[in-house]
Design a protein around this ligand. Sequence first.
Ligand code: 13P
Length: 242
Amino acid sequence: MKPLIAGNWKMNGLSASIAEIQSLIEKLSGSAPEDRDVLICPPATLVAHFAKEFSDEAIQFGGQDCHENEGGAHTGDISAEMLADVGAGYVIVGHSERRADHGETDAAVNAKAQAVLRAGLTPIICVGETEAERKAGEAETVVGAQLKGSLPSTESELVVAYEPVWAIGTGLTPTLEDIEDMHGFIRAKTPTGTRLLYGGSVKPGNAKDILSIDNVNGALVGGASLKADDFYPIVMAAPGGR
Ligand code: 13P
């Protein structure tokens, strides 16, 4: 399976941040890693700008969220069709920050994932337990329920990102064994061919170990995706398409 290394810029990035994309492309062009997919999900304000500027490059762009509808009276929201229109290839849905900040339920995430597919794009559906849930031994139960509720039934390509909430932005990660166990669990509950990403404090220093784990087909990277100097070594740490 071809690895996918995705950067989630969250609410970071202005027009000037295009310099980081330029730098990343320069680094990538030296080594032409065609055996891995590279994706940056900048804020919605930058998707069109980046996708137009770099349409011929070995890097794709995506959204961080979308509304479930195609259009209509939903002030402040954007649709998957709008993201597709400006050149996005993927949309992250159900990130834990959206689940927490905007009360997104599994059903809402499922509807958004369906909207992404409707627009002809690939959804990256996020799941993951909180620290309290892991400590209570409920990690698999929680993730299993999120998968059941959030994944649309489809023949189209899906990407699932396992992001333990307590590992996001904290510098903490599960043990390699815990990641392997959870990804094995998720593999058994997702359609054949689904790429499974790990996310949560992926850095240049731990990327190789994490990306070498069975059933880890890539990473969803937050903080370390903002700088080309950090993101490039993570992209290169993925074993070639397998
Ligand atoms: P960090 O890599 O900053 O921990 O963020 C992970 C994340 O939430 C990616 O979606």
